[in-house]
Design a protein around this ligand. Sequence first.
Ligand code: GDP
Ligand code: ZN
Length: 296
Amino acid sequence: MVLGRDGNSLRVLHDGVERIAVLRGKAKRDGDVAVAGDRVRLDPDTLTEDVVGIDGVETRHSLLERQIPGGRGTRAVAANVDQVAVVTAAAEPAPLLQLIDRLLVVAEATEVPACVVVNKIDRGDPQVIRDHLVAAEYPVIAVSARTGEGMDLLRQTLAGKESVLTGASGVGKSSLLNALEPGLGLRIGEVSARAGRGTHTTVAATLIPIAMGGFVVDTPGFSEVGVWANDPAHLDECFPEFRPAVGNCKFGDCTHRTEPGCAVRALVESGAAPISRYESYLAIYAELKEQPREWE
Ligand code: GDP
Ligand code: ZN
């Protein structure tokens, strides 16, 4: 299991021991790429050496990729991610529904299951977020890193899986990780500080092993992953509660904004999908539409 990389050198976990490894032979010649979360085959003859050889990279079940600035294709960020946990605070800072939805859209576009963790329930009521997401059926886990409330459910949710923890700075991601893993000693604000760093072209994702089994992926710039290369025409499919209506609009290429006979708007008007989610759809649509893709 690859935990992280530093240039060409990879930190891998082998039999519970962390080793330094590099791609060799055919894997190197073929231009194979290994990132955090990849399972790699180690060359048994090199296990006694300081730097272990990697013969190959196993097939991935999921891959987070980022656009390379300048439209030069994509770069792998993390492999085999099982779930995305979007972290928000119930208060302090007030939840930004649109940011939560943007991160959920990234998870949908990457085809990775998502859940929402509402932290700081000692300071506010998570109900607003539950109401916002009930129709989309995302699990909502209400916790307080400070009081420990809800932390057992969070542990169960993360156990045995490789999870990306993402969300605005100040919502308590570092505090949650420290509460889960007292030995980690992350500085308050540390996760966000890394996540917000520069253009992210050199900062790679890192896996943090957790006691209940599994890993938390510390990935810089998750919000840039995947979706921003997507055509806004597919955005509707990234809102699970819209799906029953998608395809039933009067116009086949309906963007669900102002067109007559829009089944998605009808769904929202009927109350089956919250207006707050529809507002996020409109905002993200406008953003995707306005932002010319780099190669255009
Ligand atoms: P990050 O930027 O997402 O990593 O957030 P931090 O973990 O740095 O937390 C930001 C601030 O919120 C810090 O001052 C924490 O002490 C505080 N904080 C974190 N979790 C909780 C919580 O459950 N309740 C309260 N009241 N404050 C919290
Ligand atoms: Zn429509």
